[in-house]
Design a protein around this ligand. Sequence first.
Ligand code: MD3
Ligand code: FE
Length: 217
Amino acid sequence: MNSSLFEDGPPSLLPKDLLGPGTAVLAGFALAAEEDLLSALKRVTEQSPFRNMVTPGGFRMSVAMSNCGELGWVTDHTGYRYDHIDPRTSKPWPEMPMEFKDLASSAAKEAGFAEFKPDACLINRYEPGSKLSLHQDKDERDYTQPIVSVSLGLPATFLFGGLKRTDTLQRIQVVHGDVLVWGGPARLRYHGIAPLRDGTHPRLGPVRYNLTFRKAG
Ligand code: MD3
Ligand code: FE
């Protein structure tokens, strides 16, 4: 008998602790707020549009990015950093919508991280073929703070390694509405996204969005 049948929350194909200590897979957690999240996302990216940033090594990223909140993650030929100003508009990043803040802090709480107050939300846009190479998120000040990720649109294969780049990778499928939380012993684990497969999401078209909420400053 599958005991998850008797738990609260949406049905899930994935156990919540599938990815190990410090992680939580909250399948479908964002679905109830879907329309609010999508309209907030549209408002934000009308103010700070998606753009393909260039890495310090000179490569144009296949993932297009924007940010909202007090701080935004940027990369250019000089390096990676968080900045208060969007270099494209020369204005502060758009304010983090309340719908975003509420979702991120309730997901963190569900995963055991009380009082998560993100000051940065990196917004990634993937089209078929876009990928995110294996990396660690190390540009934030306080690694005791978790990261919350919200997947919208096309499914993706999430690659999850260990604390060393060469550690073996777990692969899990994330779909529209899934929320993942990473903290504690998982906070510095390597991760990435495999090249997005062709497809069309019924609500969003041929695209995947990922929101990652961070306490950067
Ligand atoms: C595990 N984004 O923006 S989110 C990123 O789907 C990033 O766009 C991916 O990795 C995406 O940096 C994956 C999941 C994620 C984010 C941060 C993590 C997983 C993490 C930090 C530590 C461990
Ligand atoms: Fe990351």
